[in-house]
Design a protein around this ligand. Structure first.
Ligand SMILES: [Zn+2]
Ligand SMILES: [Zn+2]
Length: 266
């Protein structure tokens, strides 16, 4: 089906924007957030019809989606042969503070590339397809848990100034408006600067983020069911600290964690 010239032009600009530095790319894309047609988040080709996922069939096949079997609590995928519905070693050992965690896919291949383009190259139009991928697991979590508010994992103010946006907050805003759940951007704060977690052991990672989060307004989370949202679950220690603060300091009733992707070397 022939697309209107405006749509074709918008896609051209979007493709060009992918190769530009972050700020220029964002300035170009701003107006397109309102006019560009649904395109594949992987290769930017126009999606022919309303597809359930914001990827063309080829890119969708290239995504490492997390499908059953996986740990019913933390969502870590098992080998295909493993029996489902049993807890993984970490969950049996009581490592996590959250009530449940889900991720759409593995942080590798195309998922990693798309998240990198969104987060480090400022391709903010990707917030829409990425949030769309979160809708189904968010609905699943809301059937299993009380969810009153969405809380994005906060960035340290210094990191926020460097990046210009909080990738988790933008995803939370999209998801919140799609599912009609309010978003609390202000209660959870990142009060201490932490170095990147890569290359650290689990023990070192835990120490690195200990005391990094605090609550500005504990009364806003008391007794609430919370969906804690982030782009990637890497070490698990960051969300663990957030959940600890929300529950222990704030008195949150339940906290479920949702991320676009996750690594498996937790
Ligand atoms: Zn594609
Ligand atoms: Zn588990």
């Amino acid at each position: 089906m022939a697309k209107p010239p405006l749509h074709r032009a918008a896609v051209q600009i979007q493709r060009c924007a992918q190769g530009l530095p972050s700020l220029v790319s964002r300035l170009l894309q701003g107006p397109l957030l309102f006019i560009y047609p649904p395109t594949c988040a992987g290769c930017a080709q126009i999606l022919e019809s309303e597809t359930p996922a914001p990827f063309c069939p080829d890119c969708f096949k290239a995504l490492d989606l997390i499908l059953e079997p996986y740990c019913p609590l933390c969502g870590i995928p098992y080998l295909a042969e493993a029996p489902s519905r049993h807890l993984c070693g970490d969950c049996l050992g009581g490592v996590h503070h959250f009530d449940r965690a889900r991720a759409t896919g593995l942080y590798q291949g195309l998922f990693r590339e798309v998240i990198h383009r969104y987060k480090y190259r400022g391709q903010l139009f990707l917030v829409r397809p990425l949030a769309k991928m979160l809708a189904a697991p968010a609905k699943e979590l809301s059937r299993l848990h009380k969810i009153d508010i969405i809380v994005p994992v906060p960035l340290h103010p210094k990191r926020l100034r460097q990046r210009g946006f909080n990738q988790a907050s933008l995803l939370a805003r999209r998801l919140g408006s799609a599912l009609k759940i309010s978003v609390d951007y202000a209660s959870l704060r990142r009060s201490r600067w932490t170095e990147p977690q890569t290359g650290l052991t689990r023990r070192q990672r835990a120490a690195n983020v200990r005391g990094a989060f605090g609550l500005k307004t504990p009364e806003n989370v008391r007794g609430k069911g919370i969906l804690l949202l982030d782009d990637v679950l890497t070490t698990g220690e960051t969300v663990n600290q957030c959940v600890r603060v929300l529950k222990k300091d704030g008195g949150a009733k339940e906290v479920a964690v949702l991320t676009v992707a996750r690594t498996v070397e937790m």
